[in-house]
Design a protein around this ligand. Structure first.
Ligand SMILES: NC(=O)c1ccc[n+]([C@@H]2O[C@H](COP(=O)([O-])OP(=O)(O)OC[C@H]3O[C@@H](n4cnc5c(N)ncnc54)[C@H](OP(=O)(O)O)[C@@H]3O)[C@@H](O)[C@H]2O)c1
Length: 282
């Protein structure tokens, strides 16, 4: 039975993917921070008779320690992983620089560091599958730069900008992962779903008038979750030939874009490893 692990699989795009694979008979593991959402997901699995192959793991993935725990929990339960999806995020914009109790900027921890730790942490388990694929749902194809001297935006914090910055970090994570991967079995896909009307996205817009207009705009330029996930399902069905690819929906993004710069990826990898020194086993 094929096994898929989805961070942020209890809501939004992640949940859409999780539900799809539950219906297809896969073993589905989802990670989220809210127990209530986890219970809802398990209940939905029960309704279709899939409870025996469904697992909800509660974790706050903004914390290094929690990511390490999830790796161990999954290793105890699965001998291989066919698919790994990163979809955990918080759309809520933090107006001020906010650190986790481990001392990392919150968005940096949740949207980048978690994906860094889990990408490398699950490498061996993925390599035991026949055609392993990682889909990192972020926003490749957009412009922007990474300040390698201030990767957590400590100096010039801007709540909206850190979210785009997080996506640039993930572009470089994809490059670093495939550059370091000598076995070359895993296909790493950076995927931009474009505008998707998810609860998380809408709830992050606090002003009701702005939310109303956002909903209208998302209806015009975006897609509902069930349509937005179709290109991701297609990528799992027919994985790309290249080890690293990036897409905006079905359109492939050229990896010659500056946002995938190899030197920056090497430097970011080194900076990240340094930041994590001593934190992984705390
Ligand atoms: N929606 C869009 O228009 C859009 C556009 C471009 C890119 N994306 C990307 O697509 C991905 C999914 O977005 P989405 O709109 O589907 O998000 P969403 O609806 O807000 O869902 C986010 C998921 O992440 C989980 N999560 C949040 N904080 C967490 C934490 N600290 N630890 C563990 N899990 C946590 C949530 O569950 P809990 O609340 O239980 O923790 C939920 O399952 C993100 O990477 C986002 O950047 C989305």
């Amino acid at each position: 039975m094929k096994t898929i692990l989805i961070t942020g699989g209890t809501d939004g795009i992640g949940k859409g993917i999780a539900s799809n694979y539950l219906k297809m008979g896969y073993r589905v593991m989802v990670v989220g921070s809210s127990i209530a959402k986890g219970k809802l997901f398990l209940n939905e699995a029960k309704q279709i008779g899939a409870e025996d192959r469904t697992l909800f793991l509660q974790a706050d993935l903004s914390l290094v320690k929690e990511n390490m725990r999830i790796i161990e929990e999954v290793k105890k339960r699965a001998e291989f992983l066919d698919m790994l999806v990163f979809s955990a995020t918080s759309h809520t914009i933090k107006k001020e620089y906010t650190e986790t109790r481990e001392g990392f900027e919150f968005n940096f921890g949740l949207s980048y560091l978690s994906r860094f730790i889990l990408s490398f942490g699950f490498k061996e388990l993925l390599e035991k599958a026949e055609m392993p694929v990682i889909v990192n749902v972020c926003a490749p194809g957009m412009n922007g730069t990474v300040d390698l001297n201030d990767i957590q935006n400590k100096k010039n914090y801007n709540g909206s900008k850190v979210r785009y910055h997080g996506s640039r970090l993930n572009d470089l994570l994809g490059v670093a992962f495939t550059n370091r991967d000598t076995i070359k079995k895993i296909k790493y896909v950076l995927f931009n779903p474009w505008a998707v009307e998810t609860t998380g996205m809408m709830e992050s817009i606090k002003n009701p008038v702005n939310r109303f207009f956002a909903k209208v705009i998302f209806k015009i330029i975006g897609k509902p979750v069930d349509k937005a996930i179709i290109p991701i399902i297609e990528l799992f069905d027919k994985p790309p030939k290249n080890n690293l690819t990036a897409y905006i929906q079905r359109k492939e993004v050229s990896l010659t874009k500056k946002t995938f710069d190899r030197e920056n990826a090497i430097q970011l990898y080194k900076n990240t490893v340094k930041l994590l020194e001593g934190k992984m086993n705390e």
